[in-house]
Design a protein around this ligand. Structure first.
Ligand code: ZN
Length: 201
């Protein structure tokens, strides 16, 4: 029987299915769609090429930026409260907080939580960077918005240990967030409440 799937499409599927939320079945669906809609596929290809060369992580907080100096718009905004740094797991968390309009300080993206499954090196490196920022930038309060899961709690403990010497105020946004819940799935109203009710970590 002839192979109905082309090798090129198989290769595309193998990349697409790595994207969070896209399984094998959807990856196949998208690959076929792209093969059939050539104009859109070319436009997406051009855009992806541009994104891969011009979008980079902010040097200070790991948010994404296209600014030449490598500093994102939030970090460059002088009207924000520069004494506050909110530590989050992902860029999506920043988007949610900004939309909720509940916070006007700076951010720091961990890129996940310390997990025995996914490895810890990159997170540890970022926490080292955070500790360095706290000393250099005279930060007054670190707000932890981290999932109250086992891995999240482990991450919070590690950050607290790492920042102990600087005797900085560390608070956590946890009240209102159900224990064991993933911070990426809480709704906006809960997020606003949780932010207002933050407690000393
Ligand atoms: Zn930034």
């Amino acid at each position: 029987m002839a192979n109905v799937r082309l090798k090129l499409l198989d290769e595309l599927v193998s990349y697409l299915k790595n994207i969070p939320g896209i399984g094998e079945k959807n990856a196949l669906k998208y690959a076929f769609w792209l093969a059939e809609h050539k104009d859109k596929a070319r436009a997406i290809s051009t855009l992806l090429n541009e994104i891969s060369t011009s979008v980079k992580p902010c040097k200070l907080c790991y948010n994404l930026t296209i600014n030449e100096d490598g500093i994102c718009d939030i970090c460059a905004d002088s009207s924000r409260n520069r004494g506050l740094v909110c530590v989050v797991e992902s860029i999506e968390n920043i988007l949610e907080i900004e939309l909720a309009n509940v916070y006007n300080g700076l951010y720091f993206i961990l890129g996940g939580v310390i997990s025995p499954i996914y490895g810890i090196d990159s997170i540890i490196k970022r926490i080292d960077h955070l500790a360095q920022r706290i000393i250099e930038e005279h930060i007054e309060e670190v707000i932890l918005l981290i999932s109250p899961t086992t891995e999240g709690e482990l991450t919070i403990q590690y950050i607290k240990e790492k920042l102990k010497q600087s005797s900085i105020k560390i608070t956590k946004v946890a009240i209102g967030v159900p224990a064991g819940a993933d911070i990426n799935y809480i709704n906006r109203k809960t997020l606003i409440e949780a932010f207002k009710m933050r407690t000393v970590a």
